[in-house]
Design a protein. Structure first.
Length: 145
């Protein structure tokens, strides 16, 4: 039977503690897990749109596409910034000018399923006029209703 007796050398010094208290580490990790669980669903697209269903496969991307969104009220958004319909042509021309010499970026058109077909086609016509030839219509995976 062994006993932990203090040594005669260094009478006033204590031996180093070899135990690690893991409780604070676990507490911090649980708080971080909760924060990530709460914020992860909020990191989706900024404009809420009820997208139509489709059986199409996702596209491969080589550069960051421009996202053009039309919500249920007919408001236009480029990425997450709302723009007036009268400013659409000017904004598209500015995006093409930034790509000077190169091919314009791909456009992802997200339109609410309740919108008028003519409204969506008007925006697609404006994209074509500006020189955006690579246009993808964004849908939700699933069988069409």
């Amino acid at each position: 039977m062994a006993m932990n007796l203090p040594s005669q050398r260094g009478r006033g010094r204590k031996a180093p503690m070899a135990d690690i208290n893991v409780t604070p580490l676990v507490d911090v990790m649980l708080v971080l897990l909760i924060i990530f669980m709460v914020t992860a669903p909020l990191l989706t697209a900024g404009v809420p749109i009820n997208l139509p269903d489709s059986r199409a496969k996702p596209l491969d991307q080589d550069q960051k596409p421009v996202q053009l969104s039309l919500d249920n009220d007919g408001k236009l958004f480029i990425d997450d910034e709302e723009i007036a319909e009268a400013d659409l042509a000017q904004r598209l021309d500015r995006i093409v000018a930034v790509q000077a010499g190169g091919e314009p970026p791909q456009v992802f058109l997200r339109a609410d399923r309740q919108l008028d077909y003519g409204r969506v086609m008007g925006v697609m016509g404006e994209l074509n006029r500006a020189g955006f030839n690579r246009l993808s219509l964004v849908t939700v995976e699933g069988a069409p209703r």
